[in-house]
Design a protein around this ligand. Sequence first.
Ligand code: NAG
Ligand code: NAG
Length: 437
Amino acid sequence: MILRSSRLSTKKMVAAGNGLFYPIVGFASCLALIYLSFGDLRSNFREEDHQLAFVKRNGTQFTSDGKPFYINGWNSYWLMYHGVDEYTRPRVREILQAGAKMGLTLCRTWAFNDGDYNALQVSPGQFDERVFKALDHVIVEARQQGIRLLLCLVNNLENYGGKSQYVRWAWQEGVGLSASNDSFFFDPSIRNYFKSYIKTILTRKNTLNGIEYRDDPTIFGWELINEPRCSTDASGDTLQDWIEEMSAFVKLIDKKHLLTVGLEGFYGPKDPKALTVNPERWASRLGSDFIRNSKIPSIDFASVHIYPDHWFHDLEVEDHLKFVTKWMLSHIEDGEKELNKPVMFTEFGLADQLDRFYKTIYDIIYKSAKKHQAGAGALAWQFIVGGMEKFNDEFGIIPWERPATYKLIIEHTCRLARIQGPVLEQRNLKELCLQKH
Ligand SMILES: *[C@@H]1O[C@H](CO)[C@@H](O)[C@H](O)[C@H]1NC(C)=O
Ligand SMILES: *[C@@H]1O[C@H](CO)[C@@H](O)[C@H](O)[C@H]1NC(C)=O
């Protein structure tokens, strides 16, 4: 049954994503309308554009089709997982469609599940084709909705396997040299497991559209690891060495896609900002170092997370918001002065006062974008659809069930569009941004 439905959707999707000829007639009449009403912006709707282009980088800016590209996006880590079973699969389309309806252009999601239920990697180098097909489906579906994907390759945390699963595997196979979970970063056998994983993912040929992942512009970029920490080496050397090796390895296979680390953004022990900007003292002892890690030449853009609830003890909401502003401005300044790279806030979550929190973050991104500074975008953690509360955490929302939040998100989409011009994938932009919310 799963096979049959995949085949059916193959046809439809190839037509929408790849078949550039047959939609042209319909498209041309749309074009005429857009020409008339969008005035100066019409040059953005040339016919050849409906093939998605790779997002590139020029200094601190992402560019799409040669123009600056600022991102309003979100996290739904669960897409592949829910894409496996026929009964949960519609959730993938539902959330991607909802994202497109809000004019969002990027979704960050897991391209891993190591040894857990519905595992993609069942054991080192062994993949479940059923789950791989679910990831194929996610990519094709995203393209159809005009959404790009930031795909993360492994978890530092133990959800969906993570680095501790790799360490267990190495023990079981008798090649692990240390029981420490941080041996994920330094054990040569485990490094090879992970490299072999990277290679399999990047060279995967999508069974639905025939495109290798490394050649697919639907993929915005790769993220090496979600929230890496290596507390057993607070000097940061171990993690730095791992990022250097893994990022170079990704670039060896795939030079077309952007690459980021997946950092939370903490400053390392030698950085003066460890004392002035890090949330608390523990944050500089985790073996990560925002500037040093992000400076590595094969890393294209910096990633930062924002979790004031988790990072402070006993802080009032007002102080949370003050911290958010300081934290973001500091990292945008790093992008400008230290890194000459875009800085993307790839996760932000707060349990209370969510609208004020979202607005604070969006305002900072907007101001940065207006000045063409390094603040490249922000991705909310996280969006779910109805019926999957079990997969939620304290931060997840169903955006369309929160009118005020929903409106904020769309307003942010529209003001970014006014800076950069419409992005072609945002097919509904005009309608979205001219209506009153
Ligand atoms: C990169 O940006 C600079 C200005 O910031 C511009 O002069 C240059 O042409 C851009 N390069 C490319 C390849 O777009
Ligand atoms: C590694 O992580 C797992 C899962 O979090 C934990 O149960 C285990 O105790 C950790 N191992 C060591 C040696 O800390």
